[in-house]
Ligand binder design. Structure first.
Ligand code: G6P
Length: 369
């Protein structure tokens, strides 16, 4: 009913709008700003064990795997631990080599995904320590993992994951900060500054949601496209994958996410006037590189929808559409740019008249192999 959906037309839209609150709840009590430190209540590893970690595995499926891809960036950049990431159904059958001083992180909204649960058991069977990032209290994965970081997104009903994803990113960020402090790759002052930025994020997300009407308009322009390409680099490459996945899941339009720098090795052959290309090009350390990738798309007639920070007027006359998100630290860009990805997929699906909350052939949680 409308009441269960809080007056929104779909659970997905309600959940998109719940993100500022979900993020704030996931950060609450964990950001120790004054100390420049992070408190995580149930890691089940002491500081000496955390300091001695030689390797981290991140294992997940679907949208949670995309969160893990961003997590790799966070953990390697901030905590300087090598991270190997894999899809659960691959990891479980490849006889992975799990060294003694390693930690296997399972990322799962439901905590019930069969392949992720099997991957957890594989890690345990090889003597590895495990930690899950999970949204459902007391789920199978939460019960069997050694440590837990709960995302406090609240129940997610829409099959296409939204608020669970952005809270997973926050949980992985907090873990990277915590590890960075313990391993001394992050100073207290830097941690303090990062936490202050993180605490501002719910408000910035609120601001990002004001793009709603503009993106609904944009959806009308592109609803008849047969394919979409999404491009990003670095920590935004996973967001390109996630943008494409969201579109596929609920609008049934074929979409592909690609690292922008790899486009020349294949997808560039697809570009013509009929192909919308979503380019994640906010101000960050690879900005110039992505702008030149974007120009290659424009030169071939591709219809660029650029996601930029602030009002990036330089790009205005080059592209078909500009979506402007608030300026944030580059490590928080994956979280903020997720919102326009969600809204674009949502409004295209609504225009197509699909069953947005229960798309065909998909399940909220895949509990069989
Ligand atoms: C299904 C859902 C996805 C989800 C994936 C992993 O495919 O439709 O939205 O990302 O499972 O689920 P999990 O609960 O483990 O995060």
């Amino acid at each position: 009913t409308m009441a269960e959906k809080g007056g929104y037309r779909h659970f997905m839209l309600k959940e998109i709008y719940e993100q500022p609150r979900a993020l704030a709840d996931t950060i609450a009590g964990r950001a120790l700003v004054e100390e420049g430190d992070v408190y995580l209540e149930d890691l089940d590893l002491d500081d000496a064990q955390l300091a001695g970690l030689e390797k981290i595995f991140i294992i997940a499926c679907g949208t949670s795997w995309h969160a893990g891809l961003v997590g790799k960036f966070y953990l390697e950049k901030i905590a300087r631990v090598p991270v190997e990431i894999d899809i659960a159904s691959e990891f479980r059958y490849r006889d992975p080599i799990i060294p003694a001083n390693s930690l296997t992180i399972l990322v799962s909204q439901s905590g019930e995904t069969a392949d992720t649960l099997a991957a957890l058991r594989e890690a345990h069977g090889k003597g590895g320590k495990t930690l899950c990032i999970c949204n459902v209290v007391d789920s199978s994965i939460a019960r069997e993992s050694d440590g837990i970081i709960y995302t406090h997104a609240g129940p997610e009903i829409g099959v296409a994951s939204t608020k669970a994803f952005t809270t997973q990113l926050v949980a992985l960020y907090l873990l990277a900060l915590k590890l960075g402090r313990i391993r001394r790759s992050l100073s207290a002052a830097d941690c303090q500054a990062r936490l202050a930025d993180l605490l501002e994020l719910p408000r910035k997300l609120e601001e990002t949601l004001e793009l709603d009407a503009e993106i609904e308009e944009l959806a009308r322009e592109f609803v008849n496209a047969r394919d979409f390409l999404y491009l990003g680099r670095g920590n935004l490459y996973p967001i390109a994958l996630e943008g494409a996945l969201k579109l596929k899941e609920i609008s049934y339009i074929h979409a592909e996410g690609y690292p922008a720098g790899e486009m020349k090795h294949g997808p560039i052959a697809l570009i013509d006037e009929d192909l919308p290309v979503v380019v994640l090009v906010p101000r960050n350390s690879t900005y110039d590189k992505v702008v030149s990738n974007m120009e290659e798309v424009c030169a071939r007639g591709g219809q660029v929808i650029a996601v930029v920070s602030g009002d990036d007027e330089e790009l205005l006359d080059k592209v078909a559409a500009l979506i402007s998100v608030p300026t944030v630290d580059e490590d928080l860009l994956p979280i903020i740019t997720s919102v326009p990805m969600q809204l674009l997929a949502y409004y295209i699906a609504v225009l197509k008249g699909t069953d947005v909350d229960q798309p065909r052939n998909l399940a909220k949680s895949v509990t069989v192999e």
